[in-house]
Design a protein around this ligand. Structure first.
Ligand SMILES: NC(=O)c1ccc[n+]([C@@H]2O[C@H](COP(=O)([O-])OP(=O)(O)OC[C@H]3O[C@@H](n4cnc5c(N)ncnc54)[C@H](OP(=O)(O)O)[C@@H]3O)[C@@H](O)[C@H]2O)c1
Length: 196
């Protein structure tokens, strides 16, 4: 059956792996989180992730791993222009000068740090139905909600798993069921207080 133009546009939006922040500035919706890795562990995870297809890496001055992330990027051999790199300056450097008019929401700790969130039935139900892992369902929920997600993994298989969330989509009811897991707990870290 032929799709209508609206259905085709919706399908294309669901399959999108990137978002456009501003003309010519494109961010991959899944990035590699690098905290709390430092030194060789961080360099190795970054080089591995790039080999696994990641094109977005998240670091911060406060993580103490910017040099190691840079080393991982060098080792990967990728041209810098092909990579979206996010860093965050500590609070003492904050100011309005240089802030660009391009915003999106990025979910840190997007897997709830591998905790009980992944065993909620709202997550495991769709995982069973679509033959995906709970982590893939949760990451799919993030990107389908219009958020960038930066799961951390040092493991080769889990890195590939976390990037592979674009071949399926959740129904509106499944999305709503995961939304309903909201506990009302305050943010784990308030960036205005925490420092970046
Ligand atoms: N700006 C901030 O204030 C802030 C705060 C916290 C985090 N962050 C950023 O967000 C990133 C991610 O946050 P996070 O590390 O706290 O938590 P997370 O990404 O939600 O969870 C990471 C944990 O989940 C495990 N994991 C990864 N993939 C998995 C999978 N497919 N199935 C099951 N378990 C899996 C990882 O273990 P393995 O490594 O063994 O796979 C690790 O123990 C950080 O690395 C950092 O870049 C920013």
């Amino acid at each position: 059956m032929r799709k209508t133009a609206a259905e085709a546009a919706a399908t294309a939006a669901e399959a999108a792996t990137t978002a456009e922040l501003a003309p010519g500035v494109v961010i991959p919706l899944i990035g590699l989180g690098t905290w709390p890795m430092t030194g060789e562990a961080a360099a190795d995870a970054v080089a591995r992730a790039i080999a696994n297809g990641y094109r977005h890496i998240d670091t911060a001055e406060n993580y103490g791993n910017e040099e190691a992330v840079g080393e991982g990027i060098r080792r990967s051999g990728i041209a810098r222009g092909n990579l979206f790199l996010t860093t965050k300056f500590n609070r003492q450097w904050h100011g309005i000068t240089g802030v660009r008019d391009a915003f999106t929401t990025a979910a840190y700790s997007p897997l709830g740090r591998g905790g009980s969130f992944l065993s909620a039935s709202a997550v495991t139900g769709p995982a069973g139905e679509y033959g995906k892992t709970p982590a893939q369902v949760v990451l799919r929920w993030h990107v389908q909600s219009g958020r960038v997600a930066i799961p951390k993994s040092a493991d080769d298989r889990r890195q590939r798993e976390n990037l592979d969330v674009f071949g399926f989509s959740l129904t509106g009811a499944e999305m709503a069921a995961i939304d309903a897991l909201e506990t009302g707990a305050p943010p784990r870290l308030d960036s205005d207080e925490f420092g970046h």
